[in-house]
Design a protein. Structure first.
Length: 261
């Protein structure tokens, strides 16, 4: 059984659901995750799990050594550098690449307090016009950029309850009352109470789609009259029939791949 035949990239809940489909089809595969947290979130899948970041050259070598025939990029929608490395490695190694990316849901919500931007810099520009307390629900990766972009604001970070993430927050000067270590997704009711409790003057989030609880994050903001800034996703690098935007679309692509194999 060649676990390198199919490589799934990503530590998201989406990636885990794709792996479950591969399990059901008795396809051997490797799930590649960047961190131990990603490995933990993978749960009891049947495939092999490799942990650690794969740079482009290492990825090319891995694909060649394992005679990989299909790569499924299910990395985070905002991990543009990762997706570029995956695409470049697949092109160099001559391997089929599909991109799984959940729909954004952006068009479902419009409101005077809803601001859509394309970058952290643009989000900082908008946030400066509002109150003191800025709640960031955008993950831990860019906290240093937020700190540099909004030095005059009180930043509140909602991040995963992982020791190295908490340490990162502390190293960046976040106090105990400014770190909220929680694992979502959260209900709209929870978010409404949370926004009140942390006294957010403005909330920043990403277009995380239904699985990421996008509407449950944004609607309570708007209902409470709190400005909400949404950072839109980078355009997907993979287009056409290899861009898969639902579990059903992946199931259909898997069926075709098995028939071709």
């Amino acid at each position: 059984m060649n676990y390198g035949d199919v490589l799934v990239m990503g530590g998201t809940s989406d990636a885990r659901m794709l792996c479950q489909q591969l399990d059901a089809a008795n396809v051997a595969y490797t799930l590649s995750v960047a961190t131990p947290t990603g490995k933990q979130l993978a749960g009891d899948i049947k495939g092999q799990v490799r942990c650690g970041r794969l740079e482009r050259d290492h990825m090319i070598a891995w694909l060649q050594e394992n005679r990989t025939r299909w790569v499924i990029d299910a990395s985070h929608p905002y991990a543009e550098v990762v997706s570029r490395n995956i695409m470049s490695a697949c092109e160099a190694a001559g391997v089929l690449l599909s991109r799984y990316q959940r729909p954004e849901q952006l068009s479902d919500l419009t409101h005077p307090h809803l601001y859509t931007v394309q970058s952290i810099q643009q989000a900082c520009d908008v946030a400066r016009d509002f109150g003191e307390r800025v709640l960031l629900t955008t993950g831990s990766k860019d906290l240093a950029t937020w700190r540099a972009g909004l030095p005059e604001k009180t930043l509140l970070a909602r991040v995963l309850p992982v020791p190295d993430v908490i340490q990162q927050c502390a190293d960046l000067g976040f106090g105990v009352g400014e770190i909220f270590a929680l694992c979502g997704p959260f209900s709209a009711e929870f978010n409404a109470a949370f926004y009140r409790q942390c006294q957010a003057d403005v909330v920043v989030t990403k277009a995380s789609g239904a699985e990421g609880g996008y509407q449950e994050k944004v609607q309570p903001c708007l209902d409470a009259g709190i400005p909400c800034i949404v950072i839109t996703r980078p355009a997907p690098l993979v287009t056409g029939e290899e861009l898969l935007e639902s579990q059903a679309a992946f199931a259909a692509r898997l069926t075709r791949w098995l028939a071709e194999a």
